[in-house]
Design a binder for this molecule. Structure first.
Ligand SMILES: [Zn+2]
Length: 439
């Protein structure tokens, strides 16, 4: 294993009590800041009868109301374009980002100079050290950046850290594959779906990725980098070490996988993380799956307090083999609570099915899940493609039956598996839409 490098060892490797004392001081400061600068939080705290000084321990944070994404949207609809949750005036902003809007109206987030150039820099240096990236690396980002935060932030921070960064937007996937070889890329990032798609293209007469100089791939935007079978597929197709990066535009990037590859660390010096029961909202012990709730401890422009991420995670606060004590999300983000669906008496996570599918070599890594209306009598359907054209009908039939059996045994639901033509399932650059809820 490579030698571990830290950005702030005094915090990353601190004892839990030292870390929590640091978090409490930052939390109190942040609450005072939003109480003074954000009309949205002033209103919220007044309605809940909370004053920032009332928060004396980390547990007291549970008395503060949650922040929901819908509240941010409503605030911006009522007072366009920024709403009133930010702590800065628009004149102070130097950057704007926007959520994808896949679940309705997008949310806009503005950042001041301090956050864009300093806070983000610090945040992503944790990533750089965790991934083991150095000044000698060449970063290639095969993505049209647009208004998405993740890759802009990553690239800007890596440039300042002295890495050569090659923006890979505005070109076809074939050109990107060629460009990453021509520029001597050693680190490539993207969504797991798109990285798999690039590998699939490369296998059809493109460059030899496994033999290329790419040594690390960073996957973000969807569960996948930490879905074991998907990760294995990414690593073998790229011949590279795969790292998970977790974040969202509203709260920014909050976690990274280290070189020990035993979960995804939360940058606890900059975020306060809670894991709560999805039904009761009570705090859960480590090891139990619940919803992630985050508070920005470092961002000053539009910090969010107790923001409901709708991501399902499992905490692990044992020290990691890398030496960090920052808590880990075992298996990364396990799924979205919005994506979890109830079928035939079972809670099903699409990532479970993805993991099983990616363990079947005869099938490609692309899939779509069709969830019928409850009580329709129709089965849950998984659409898949054969892995390549050389497979005969009996091979495909065996693979199909194998997938039905494993899903039946491991998930507890008997699916229908439809094998469709190679290339017929949609490939996208960003987040793949794999879940179709039928009427
Ligand atoms: Zn670690």
């Amino acid at each position: 294993m490579s030698e571990h490098v830290y950005w702030q060892p005094e915090l990353e490797c601190a004892s839990r009590s030292e870390l929590e004392a640091d978090q409490l001081a930052k939390l109190r400061q942040q609450l005072a800041h939003v109480s003074e600068r954000s009309p949205f939080y002033k209103r919220k705290f007044a309605a809940a009868g909370i004053k920032s000084d009332d928060i004396r321990t980390l547990e007291d944070v549970r008395n503060i109301p949650f922040t929901e994404k819908d509240e941010l949207k409503e605030s911006q609809l009522a007072l366009p374009p920024w709403g009133d949750f930010a702590c800065i005036e628009p004149i102070e902003a130097v950057r704007v980002f926007q959520t994808s809007g896949t679940t309705g109206t997008p949310v806009r987030i503005m950042l001041n100079r301090q956050d864009w150039f300093e806070t983000f820099y610090e945040q992503f240096q944790h990533y750089r050290c965790g991934y083991g990236m150095t000044e000698e690396d060449v970063l290639f980002v095969p993505f049209n950046y647009g208004l998405f935060m993740a890759w802009w932030g990553f690239q800007t921070a890596m440039e300042r850290a002295g890495l050569l960064c090659v923006p890979g937007g505005g070109q076809s996937s074939a050109d990107r594959l060629k460009a990453m070889i021509d520029w001597g890329a050693t680190v490539v990032c993207g969504t797991p779906s798109y990285l798999l798609y690039l590998a699939e293209m490369a296998a059809k007469g493109g460059p030899d990725l496994a033999g290329s100089g790419v040594r690390k791939i960073i996957a973000a935007g969807e569960p996948g980098a930490n879905v074991q079978a998907t990760k294995k597929a990414l690593e073998s197709q790229w011949g590279a070490e795969c790292f998970d990066d977790v974040g969202s535009t509203e709260i920014s990037n909050f976690g990274f996988e280290c070189q020990a590859h035993e979960g995804t660390h939360v940058v606890e010096s900059m975020f306060l993380a809670e894991v709560l029961d999805t039904e009761t909202d009570e705090a859960l012990p480590d090891g139990e799956v619940g919803e992630l709730v985050l508070t920005n401890l470092a961002c000053t422009s539009a910090p969010l307090i107790r923001y409901r991420m709708r991501d399902l995670v499992r905490f692990n606060r044992q020290a990691c083999a890398c030496g960090r004590t920052f808590l880990r999300l075992d298996g990364g983000v396990l799924g979205r609570s919005d994506d979890m669906f109830h079928f035939a008496g079972v809670n099903v996570f699409p990532s479970q099915i993805q993991n099983l599918l990616h363990g079947v070599d005869e099938l490609s890594l692309e899939y779509q899940l069709r969830i019928p209306r409850q009580g329709s009598g129709r089965p849950l359907t998984i659409e898949v493609e054969p892995a390549h054209e050389r497979l005969g009908r009996p091979d495909i039939e065996r693979a199909r039956e194998h997938l039905i059996e494993t899903v039946r045994y491991r998930v507890g639901v008997t699916p229908a598996v439809e094998v469709v033509e190679i290339g017929s399932l949609p490939r996208v650059e960003g987040k793949a839409k794999r879940l179709i809820r039928e009427d």
